[in-house]
Write a protein that binds this ligand. Structure first.
Ligand code: UD1
Length: 378
């Protein structure tokens, strides 16, 4: 037993790629506090590949998880149940004063449910975001996690209104800012230049793509990639766009699987599209920051493009991050070809939407969160 064993334990949970960028500054802020609490990092193993996990831990300086539950992939029910089953004994062993979860993935709700049923207070970082689209698994995860949370940290002021409308006491809500932007600001200088990213992954790369003269595409939402007609339509649109502006496309494992399953690989080859594997954080940051425009269905990239002032065209019907539209560089277009093409025209002819940096997206969100947790519980 070392001295740490006497300190109150805060269990922090990560599971999937977007969680890693959110937990990194929180772990760093805990390290800087003066020994009030002892973190215990649980990785559920929802994401497990080198490209989807290890590279993020290394590049973002996240400490090795204290435990990896190694749940892997599965249906929502299987994955969620497996995380719950394996997380319960961890809490039994540690008896933490609270459990902290981030974001909206299956690991978030699974660990949250286990904690509250053991009467352990749950802390949710990135609370109150709502797309209103309950077809998205993440929306269900957000609503339910917020309902069972004891302390809720928001990234934008409007989020508190969503929480209050769902009956959550505003005294439990704290507007702390955006931890994902903490990570972005901490790492921007270290980002890998986009041309180096391309030559790292493509041995025949000839430096023929210029900064601010390409589009970055990312997509992995089931609504875009699991339906053959939708995926095929989006890829046709991207091929058309690529005739005017080269497209760089790091392909998420889910999307790669579906492109192959539906036999759509030749479509990709018919355009000026450079496909890459999923990229580590410093590489994607380099590619995003030099892009002329980002086309995406990611939640995180909508925020990162706003923080970087890069125009973003969101391939979804709604967003849970409205501040990126109201104040930032984001437009929401869905998967309709005409809408995507007309937003692209706007980018090509007039440079696309410019915006401003939202309040408290200033690199200090994690510090505010840890201060508040110490004041509130210890
Ligand atoms: C999950 C999150 C989503 C997040 C996304 C980021 C949920 C409900 N969804 O979606 O909110 O935006 O992560 O990536 O939690 N796979 C691999 N290697 C891995 C992980 C997954 O190849 O390391 C493949 C597997 O074939 C798996 C598929 O990707 O079946 C989907 O993975 P899963 O974690 O179920 O969902 P994501 O689509 O990644």
């Amino acid at each position: 037993m070392n001295d740490n064993s006497k300190k109150p334990v805060l269990v922090c949970v990560v599971g999937a790629r977007p969680n890693f960028m959110k937990i990194a500054p929180i772990m760093a802020a805990i390290k800087k506090q003066e020994g009030h609490l002892q973190p215990y990092l649980v990785h559920t193993g929802q994401h497990y590949d080198e490209a989807m996990k290890d590279s993020f831990f290394r590049q973002l300086g996240i400490p090795e998880p204290d435990i990896d539950l190694e749940v892997g992939s599965g249906s929502h029910a299987v994955q969620t149940a497996e995380i719950m089953r394996l997380f319960e004994p961890v809490l039994d062993d540690l008896n933490p004063f609270a459990v902290l979860v981030v974001g909206d993935v299956n690991s978030t709700i699974a660990c949250g449910l286990v904690a509250v049923k053991k009467h352990i207070p749950l802390i949710h970082v990135e609370a109150g975001l709502r797309s209103g689209d309950r077809q998205m698994p993440e929306e269900i995860n957000r609503v339910l996690t917020d309902q069972i949370s004891d302390l809720l940290f928001t990234t934008e002021k409007e989020a508190e209104k969503n929480l209050v409308a769902e009956g959550i006491d505003s005294k439990r809500v704290c507007f702390a800012g955006n931890v994902m932007i903490d990570t972005l600001l901490n790492n921007l200088k270290k980002a890998t230049p986009f041309s180096e990213v391309l030559s790292r992954h493509i041995s025949s790369y000839r430096q023929n793509i210029e900064a601010k003269n390409y589009a970055l595409l990312t997509m992995h939402r089931p609504s875009n990639v699991d339906d053959e007609a939708v995926l095929s339509r989006i890829l046709d649109t991207i091929v058309e766009i690529s005739q005017k502006l080269p497209v760089i496309f790091p392909v998420h494992p889910r999307t790669a699987k579906m492109i192959e399953k539906f036999g759509l690989t030749s479509k990709l080859q018919s355009g000026n599209i450079t496909c890459l594997p999923p990229l580590p954080y410093l590489e994607i940051l380099g590619v995003v920051s030099s892009a002329k425009v980002v086309l995406t269905d990611s939640g995180g990239l909508q925020e990162e493009t706003t923080a970087l002032g890069v125009p973003c065209i969101t391939l979804r019907e709604s967003t849970e991050r409205p501040i990126t539209v109201d104040q930032g560089t984001n437009v929401i277009v869905g998967s309709d070809s005409e809408k995507i093409l007309s937003s692209m025209k706007e980018v090509l002819e007039r440079g696309g939407k410019s915006g401003q940096i939202p309040e408290k997206w200033d690199g200090h969100a994690a510090k505010r969160i840890i201060q508040k947790i110490i004041e509130h519980y210890l």
